[in-house]
Design a protein around this ligand. Structure first.
Ligand code: HEC
Length: 117
């Protein structure tokens, strides 16, 4: 048994880092971004697509939604954007449009609104 035989094991930590640790963190971060919502996409949806801010601005009568509307936990808010179901609150009436967003978009909108105050 010579020392030389074991020398290749010196690269083992690097191999573990490359093939085990890094892929695992990549996996964790994509999972986190799908559950937490992509705030940049939310910015686009709120300001360019769904036009929430057209009505929900400080100058209008629609309730404030910046930082999420008062009394709406994020899960309720996301469900409302996906299904129109406001939970045990009164259903928001027209002109509030009935949205049917997919999960990623609803979470993106929530993530973006949480960045606003
Ligand atoms: C055409 C105008 C308009 C647009 C666009 C709009 N809303 Fe609204 N929204 C309203 C109005 C008006 C109300 C209040 C309705 C009522 O009093 O029943 C409301 C109510 C709400 C409520 C309930 C708030 C509460 O405190 O009861 C939420 C949540 C909400 N809107 C989120 C959004 C989001 C998110 C968007 C964009 C994805 C959006 N709205 C786009 C007009 C709009």
């Amino acid at each position: 048994m010579t020392k030389g035989m074991w020398r290749p094991l010196g690269v083992l930590p690097a191999v573990v880092l490359l093939f085990v640790v890094l892929p695992a963190t990549r996996f964790m971060s994509t999972r986190a971004s799908t559950t937490a919502g992509d705030a940049a996409r939310g910015d686009y949806l709120v300001n360019q697509v769904a036009m929430c801010a057209q009505c929900h601005s400080s100058r209008s009568a629609a309730p404030r939604i910046a930082g999420l509307p008062d009394g709406w936990p994020e899960e309720d808010f996301v469900r409302f954007l996906k299904t129109g179901d406001p939970g045990d609150r009164p259903r928001p009436l027209a002109p509030m449009p009935p949205f049917r967003m997919n999960d990623a978009d609803a979470r993106a909108v929530a993530a973006y609104l949480k960045t606003l105050r």
